[in-house]
Design a protein around this ligand. Structure first.
Ligand SMILES: NC(=O)c1ccc[n+]([C@@H]2O[C@H](COP(=O)([O-])OP(=O)(O)OC[C@H]3O[C@@H](n4cnc5c(N)ncnc54)[C@H](OP(=O)(O)O)[C@@H]3O)[C@@H](O)[C@H]2O)c1
Length: 283
């Protein structure tokens, strides 16, 4: 297939270009090369390439930034996605849109399936859900892939932040009242590679297996990185007083993958171990 990837220099986008490049002809576009808020340029690039599929990984992902600047959030995450969708209509391309666990309010006590009703509690979640709605209302052949708590080799993420802070401080404070499924972007890219070889269009939750709080995750990171001596103190989200609310529980059950007979992604702990060994080996 000819595949276009937006946000190709982002954490997930970089892995997608690398993984999909083994099997497909991939055209990755960075923010600089393709600003999805520019309708004319977006349509021009996609119509010139006439791809079989567009994977839209670009987004304004700063959750607190979105809360402070809703216009930017909706412009990039909602209307930017609408622009990609319209371009796909013109070229009859199928589309895969990356969405988020933050479309849910977090009030459930068991993992969310694709059949649960979204109810975002932040501007980021709401703008990403608006993107989902453009995709599902304007196209017939689309995948919406909701993922969560991403970390990868490229870009900033929680794992790298914890490793950096562990060098600077003796004690870290990490929230213990948000539960989710940390997901290695390389594992997600590989799962997406399998999904796009099917015609089973629709919404999918894709995360590594297992779940934990950010506090548990920080402790695992330090343990696997051989820095167990660094203390971690559990705190409540209220103590951080951040602009955007986060769902208290946003574990995604990968239910449609299960029903379609795909193997579950590996446990987040095994993925984390591999990620840390790649990081320390500079791979
Ligand atoms: N990170 C997570 O924990 C997480 C969780 C669930 C879902 N997701 C979703 O997963 C996808 C990938 O996330 P990620 O972690 O890889 O994020 P990321 O590293 O922030 O990558 C997003 C990329 O989008 C680019 N971008 C921003 N505005 C753009 C625009 N107007 N036009 C074109 N490109 C633009 C960014 O470029 P600049 O940096 O140059 O602006 C960046 O390279 C996103 O759709 C996100 O919503 C992420």
């Amino acid at each position: 297939m000819r595949v276009v990837v937006t946000g190709a220099r982002g954490q997930l986008g970089t892995d997608l270009v690398q993984v999909l490049g083994k099997e497909h002809e991939v055209f990755g576009f960075s923010h600089q090369e393709l600003d999805v808020t520019d309708f004319d340029h977006t349509v021009e690039i996609i119509t010139n390439l006439s791809p079989d599929m567009v994977i839209h990984a670009a987004a304004y992902t700063d959750v607190d930034g979105c809360e402070l600047d809703p216009d930017k959030a909706y412009k990039v995450n909602a209307l930017g996605t609408q622009n990609i969708t319209i371009a796909c209509q013109k070229t009859n391309s199928s589309m895969l849109y990356i969405s988020t666990d933050f479309v849910f309010d977090g009030r459930k006590t068991e993992p969310y399936t694709e059949f649960d009703i979204p109810n975002p509690i932040s501007v980021y979640g709401s703008s990403k859900l608006a993107g989902e709605r453009y995709v599902s209302s304007l196209l017939l052949r689309y995948f919406i892939v909701r993922t969560a708590w991403l970390y990868g080799k490229h870009g900033k993420n929680f794992v790298k932040t914890i490793l950096r802070l562990a060098e600077e401080r003796e004690e870290l404070k990490v929230v213990n009242d948000q539960i989710g499924s940390p997901t290695y972007s390389l594992d997600l890219a590989q799962a997406i590679a399998k999904l796009i070889n099917t015609e089973w269009y629709g919404i999918y939750h894709i995360t590594n297996s297992g779940n934990c709080s950010w506090f548990d995750f920080a402790r695992k990171i330090l343990e696997y990185a051989g820095k167990k001596e660094v203390k971690v103190k559990p705190i409540g989200s209220a103590e951080l007083n951040r602009p955007a609310k986060r769902p208290a529980f946003s574990v995604l059950r990968n239910y449609c993958l299960e029903l379609r007979g795909f193997p579950a992604l590996r446990n987040y702990e095994d993925a984390l171990k591999e990620y840390l060994s790649c990081l320390s080996a500079g791979r």
